[in-house]
Design a protein around this ligand. Structure first.
Ligand code: PMP
Length: 307
């Protein structure tokens, strides 16, 4: 829980941070969001998160009422007002309140919400011992129906897969496309290592272009590791030397077993460890600092009435 929440130009206590029951985000999942990490006062890759938010909004034809600079200030100011040095930030833009009926033009104005609070992480053993996951029957929505690169407020496809995973007692679930190609997990991207080459599914299969995914690819290339974004199936995961998942909360977490098959020797691999180590060095350097917030943007959007 956070102490103060940004909602449409105002910073309000959580109990006053309320949106309408007529908001189409509540009624139809019509909205977009970002999940962002704050590490030691540094909002990791905030610029990239904002880029992705705008790309998602464009796909669903939603005009975000604030500029990138204004949103950046909102995120940093929300962290500052919550006295946070480490935590998780949820930024979302809803379609706004409107009459019943799915048409977005029924809604008057989008709402912008920013929440900053503590984060629940995987336990240390997840990194030292690795995770077991399963693949699930819930197929990833085809990109022709809805593109998984969009971080929308409708996560039901992922939620159904998550439930299947939970029923089987695993913390994450692997989602395949209609042809059986690996796409990603319910809230994490997936990587494998085979013969010293790093593979991850291309986003055109319907995976989110994770901020962590991009960072891991960059780190790997800097380390001289070859990276290939190409389709693979469960076979290649069973047959891999290493496997790991990436995400804002997970960072790079080893996967040691898929569908009851141990991956390699069933222990986290050296490439995964090296990448995660380097990633953890970067997270406090690569982003926007709360301490360097700057003044409140002069060019205020119409949502920016009272403080
Ligand atoms: N895939 C999905 C479906 C996600 O929701 C997320 C974010 N939790 C990711 C991948 C990882 O993306 P990121 O590294 O930007 O957190």
């Amino acid at each position: 829980m956070s102490d103060i929440v940004f909602l449409d130009g105002k910073f309000v206590p959580p109990e006053k941070a309320k949106v309408s029951v007529f908001d189409h985000c509540l009624l139809y999942g019509d909205g977009v969001f970002e999940g962002i990490r704050l590490y030691d006062g540094c909002v990791f890759r905030l610029k990239e998160h904002l880029e992705r938010l705008f790309s998602s909004a464009k796909y669903i034809a939603l005009k975000i009422p604030l500029s990138r600079d204004e949103l950046k200030w909102v995120v940093l100011e929300t962290c500052r007002r919550n006295n946070l040095r480490n935590g998780y930030i949820r930024l979302l833009v809803t379609r706004g309140a409107g009459d019943l009926g799915i048409a977005p033009w029924l809604c008057k104005a989008p709402s912008v919400v920013c929440i900053a609070g503590k984060i629940k992480l995987y336990p240390v053993e997840a990194y030292t011992k690795g995770l077991r996951i399963i693949s699930v029957a819930t197929v990833r929505t085809p990109v022709s129906s809805f593109n998984g690169r969009v971080k929308s407020c409708n996560y039901l496809n992922n939620i159904l897969a998550k439930i299947e995973g939970d029923n089987a007692g695993v913390p994450e679930a692997l989602m395949l496309d209609t042809r059986g190609y690996v796409v990603e997990c319910t809230a994490d991207n997936i990587f494998i290592v085979k013969n010293k080459v790093l593979f991850t599914p291309p986003t055109y299969l319907g995976a989110l272009r994770g901020i962590t995914r991009d960072c891991i690819i960059e780190i790997a290339r800097e380390m001289g590791i070859e990276v290939r974004e190409e389709p693979f199936t469960r076979f290649e995961i069973f047959d891999a030397d290493e496997c790991f998942m990436t995400g804002t909360a997970a960072e790079a977490v080893p996967v040691v077993n898929l569908d009851a098959r141990p991956i390699s020797n069933g222990r986290p691999g050296p490439v995964t460890k090296r990448l995660n180590k380097r990633f953890r060095e970067l997270v406090t350097q690569d982003g926007a600092r709360v301490a360097e917030i700057g003044s409140r943007p002069r060019k205020l959007g119409r949502h920016w009435g009272a403080a």
